[in-house]
Design a protein around this ligand. Structure first.
Ligand code: GYE
Length: 331
């Protein structure tokens, strides 16, 4: 009897404290102390990046209980380091960091830790010896994306009876040293190791922008047009590469010619895929905002989030796409 009273008392205590925990945005009429979040974004280099910024802005809005300070680093790590240091000085409640490259974050993350500011990493990862320097990471499985691309290519070559032919692959890479590039490149390189007839004709760095993708691919194709596959580490560089191929009258896409593979699957690329210009769009989901907001509310209520959280993604080919599918997409 005594014991069950004790249990009831403990249960009541737990319920009281759970009720006090802040694990949701404030409702109308409740005290509304905004949670201040500093977000260091890489830049606005691609459609994917713009969708990523918008997703975080929408989720961390004032109506949802947040005050967001957004910094656009214009693709420079130095600018990101400055932004994070400014957030620390401002005494923000949380820092969200989308790191351009994996290395070079140790000291600034230690500074944030010393000030007791939790850091959520989004998109690409940080490479730090002490995993305690950040709270959690939200992003995509870039290696899986690469595996999706190379398995599709294997199938495609097999079904067209080209599995034993020499396959020259022009590889257009994103910003070197960032996780998306590292993993998408590693997946392709491993597949080339497995197939004695697959050759990487060249690796060109397109920095994830259409302009740079156009520039490096045009330069290359002016010298050498013996290309079977274009493996572009994002849509924007694929658009640049397609511009270059148009200029040089090189055929590509589902109707024949160079096979185009692209990562991200933003709306404009899906449209190009539906039209048969891009053969395969491997999705990379940029909608991190709702997950980041949820994680912050969890932390506010004292729950430690898991160390890594993967977003869901798929892939699209010309045959799969319809206007309805594209219209139903969020980015
Ligand atoms: O694929 C690209 C970009 O890190 C996943 O960055 C991201 C990549 C994305 O700007 O478009």
């Amino acid at each position: 009897m005594k014991l069950s009273f004790k249990i009831i008392f403990i249960l009541m205590l737990c319920l009281t404290f759970m009720g006090c925990g802040v694990d949701r945005p404030p409702e109308d009429g409740e005290a509304n102390d905004l949670i201040v979040v500093g977000f260091s974004q890489i830049g606005a280099e691609s459609n994917w990046r713009v969708a990523n910024t918008e997703s975080i802005q929408a989720a961390l809005s004032e109506e949802n209980g947040f005050m967001l300070i957004l910094d656009n680093a214009r693709q420079q790590q130095e600018n990101q380091l400055k932004a994070v240091r400014t957030f620390i000085q401002q005494g923000v409640d949380y820092i969200v960091l989308a790191p351009i490259v994996e290395s070079g974050w140790e000291s600034v993350l230690e500074e944030a830790k010393r000030e007791g500011i939790p850091v959520i990493i989004v998109d690409r990862r940080v490479n730090v010896g002490n995993q305690g320097l950040y709270t959690t990471w939200v992003g995509a499985n870039f290696r899986q994306e690469a595996e999706t691309a190379v398995s599709w290519l294997e199938e495609e070559l097999l079904s067209s009876g080209r599995e034993d032919e020499t396959v020259n692959i022009l590889h257009v890479q994103g910003t070197l040293g960032g996780t998306a590039q590292i993993e998408r490149s590693a997946g392709l390189e491993a597949a080339v190791e497995r197939h004695s007839n697959w050759v990487i004709a060249a690796q060109l760095v397109g920095e994830y922008t259409q302009a740079k993708g156009y520039e490096v691919v045009l330069e290359y194709l002016k010298q050498n047009q013996d290309i079977d596959v274009l493996y572009c580490e994002n849509d924007d560089m694929a658009f640049g590469a397609m511009e270059a191929m148009d200029e040089l009258n090189i055929a590509y896409g589902a109707e024949g010619g160079v096979i185009v593979i692209s990562f991200d699957a933003a709306r404009t690329a899906l449209e190009a895929c539906m039209e048969g210009k891009i053969n395969l769009c491997v999705e990379c989901n940029p909608l991190h905002g709702p997950k980041v907001a949820e994680l912050i509310w969890q932390m506010e209520s004292g729950v430690l989030p898991p160390k890594e959280i993967f977003v869901e993604e798929g892939s699209f080919t010309t045959e799969m796409l319809t206007e309805e599918i594209i219209a139903g997409r969020a980015y």
